[in-house]
Design a protein around this ligand. Structure first.
Ligand SMILES: [Zn+2]
Length: 91
């Protein structure tokens, strides 16, 4: 994952129960809707929140998933991509 960390300048307090509200501006820009599941990553002493994807990003399958560059891809789509990349390279 290549990362470009930018400060938004937005500051929030963690409440007594450990909750933090994701600012509306950020939810809007990154399309975080109600009930969106989020996943927490840590990198260099920072906590990063991202959308949690539990299905293939291409076909939405939940079968035979692998993680590639922090994205889930199913085996069928990996096969399809591999086949087309080989064919594409030959052209
Ligand atoms: Zn797929």
């Amino acid at each position: 994952m290549t990362s470009t960390i930018k400060s938004t300048g937005i500051v929030r307090k963690v409440d007594l129960l450990g909750r933090v509200v994701i600012p509306k501006e950020i939810r809007s820009v990154y399309n975080f809707v109600e009930e969106q599941e989020v996943e927490f990553y840590v990198e260099n002493n920072r906590i990063i929140i991202g959308k949690y994807h539990k299905n293939c990003i291409f076909c939405n399958s939940d079968q035979n998933l692998i993680v590639y560059e922090d994205k889930l891809i199913c085996g069928q789509c990996v096969g399809y991509i591999n086949k087309n990349m080989v064919l594409g390279a030959a052209q």
